[in-house]
Write a protein that binds this ligand. Structure first.
Ligand code: F0G
Length: 481
């Protein structure tokens, strides 16, 4: 909930109280330097015991509610025909309006099945923006991803409220150019993750749907962040102010022929679903579920998680739940922006995104500015963020670097986990880092995997800049912080 303070500020106040806690630890800068060097400047390889505030991702790191945890204990562990599945199917019908549902172990498993069934060698998938695992699965079956975004999408200092929109003219042009038979499907991602959690408008989605229907192409929606996209629509799109998040979610997903979501985000459990109202699409995917995931009534999920998801789906469309991360992110982004720290605007869903090209403009893209900034932030704070730039792109087939459109250091805000004082700490350390940004230099690979290299790749700091940054930090904050 947003509270107006007596001096006119707007502060998001958490609409929950904390019942169970996990202690965290802040190891001193010297130890943080060692930890990040051992991890090859890759925050995926740092152990969580060495992390103070974990903003790597909002995936699988959200806090469940007491109602979710209670529901989980009612699980029915039947291999086939589990009652837990029918509760999930009911919730999917009620919240999302879909008749058919297939549970998988996580979002990328849904992507795997969708790519396997719908993408043929030489096919193209048109999307408002790719996501790493989506692209990998489409390419693994011989397809290609073509992004069709509007002019403002890559502008990191924009005021445009719907950077996740598809450019309708470009969509029509692409369909004319490649022909509908070559296009496997059109994919709309709710709050486009890799360009800063930016939403699409319902108006744009309706236009995309019309073009798809007119051309006989199926519209696939990645709804991993669908309730946050809906909250942003409520706040930003004319005609939606008086609609509830639940109503907007229903309207948005009703436009998709095929829907999938990672349940690890908006519904705070470990799992994913594919859902549709079209029996032919459902029947095409269904035979593959037991092959790759598990039987129809659990797929890749534990029945406890299925029970918790049935509750989580209803919670995610609650106004307070849908708004909580978005409002924390807005506060985070605004606190940095007013102090001149380069962040992506407008604020969107899931995270605060630092624009590394502007934060460390002296680092060229072949030395991975977002990766360097991610490592530097860990040294200066114990905060774990994620590189979402060129390291998160893989080389092309000829081994050539594919430079990312944006170099982002992403600070994800998991749901119901952190408070405003955690955010204040991160803001303060980022201010310090920005003042000392000249000390940050580039990175170079020492061990580079061939696919999704950002997960396991190891790099080192050019000219040992990590040591210099650590020494400067100790000079200002002492040996204990
Ligand atoms: N689609 C989107 C838009 C995502 O953000 C993610 C995951 C996936 C699909 C894959 O889902 O993790 O359950 O397999 N995003 C996480 C992140 C990993 O950190 O942004 P998954």
């Amino acid at each position: 909930m947003i509270v107006k303070t007596s001096d006119g500020r707007e502060v998001p106040v958490e609409m929950y109280k904390i019942k169970i806690i996990q202690n965290v630890n802040l190891i001193p800068a010297e130890e943080r330097l060692k930890a990040i060097e051992n991890a090859g400047y890759n925050t995926f390889l740092v152990r969580s015991k060495d992390i103070f505030i974990d903003m790597l991702t909002d995936s699988g790191t959200n806090a469940m509610s007491d109602n979710q945890l209670g529901a989980a204990m009612l699980y029915d562990d039947a291999y086939a025909g589990s009652e837990s599945f029918y509760k999930l199917a009911n919730a999917v019908g009620k919240v999302l309006g879909f008749k058919y549902v297939l549970p998988t172990h996580q979002g990328r498993a849904s992507e795997h099945l969708i790519a396997k069934v719908f993408v043929k060698e030489g096919n193209i998938v048109l999307t408002n923006y790719h996501f790493t695992t989506t692209k990998a699965h489409i390419e693994l079956v011989g397809g290609k991803v073509l992004e069709i975004f509007g002019e403002e999408a890559l502008n990191t200092q924009s005021k445009y409220l719907f950077k996740g929109n598809m450019d309708i003219q470009k969509l029509k042009d692409a369909i004319n150019k490649y022909g509908k038979d070559k296009i496997a499907f059109v994919r709309m991602e709710a709050t486009t993750n890799l360009i800063g959690g930016q939403p699409f408008s319902v108006e744009n989605l309706k236009q995309v749907k019309k073009v798809c229907s007119d051309s006989g192409i199926i519209l696939v929606m990645d709804g991993s962040l669908v309730s946050e996209n809906a909250y942003l629509v409520q706040q930003r799109e004319s005609g939606y102010k008086n609609k509830s998040v639940a109503e907007i979610v229903k309207e948005v997903v009703s436009l998709a022929d095929l829907f999938y979501m990672s349940a690890r985000k908006n519904s705070s459990v470990k799992g994913s679903i594919i859902a549709t109202n079209q029996s032919d699409l459902y029947e095409k995917i269904k035979p593959w579920l037991p092959v790759y995931e598990g039987f129809l009534t659990y797929g890749g999920m534990s029945t406890k998680e299925i029970e918790a998801m049935a509750v989580g789906l209803e919670e995610m469309v609650d106004q307070h739940v849908a708004s909580s991360t978005i409002e924390q992110v807005k506060y985070f982004v605004e606190s940095l922006r007013v102090q001149g720290i380069p962040v992506i605007t407008p604020p969107g869903g899931l995270a605060c995104h630092l624009d590394a090209k502007r934060f460390v403009p002296h680092i060229s893209q072949d030395q991975y500015p977002a990766g360097a900034l991610t490592g530097a932030l860990y040294i200066a704070s114990g905060v774990r963020s994620m590189e979402r730039g060129t390291i998160s792109m893989d080389r092309d087939k000829d081994g050539k670097e594919q430079f990312a459109d944006l170099e982002i250091t992403r600070l994800a805000v998991p749901r119901r986990v952190y408070t405003i004082s955690h955010i204040e700490y991160v803001v303060d350390r980022l201010l310090w880092l920005y003042k000392h940004r000249e000390l940050i230099k580039g990175l170079t690979f020492v061990d580079e995997p061939p696919i999704l290299r950002f997960f396991f790749g190891k790099l080192k700091a050019i000219d040992n800049w990590g040591r210099k940054l650590c020494d400067a930090f100790k000079k200002d904050f002492g040996n204990k912080m």
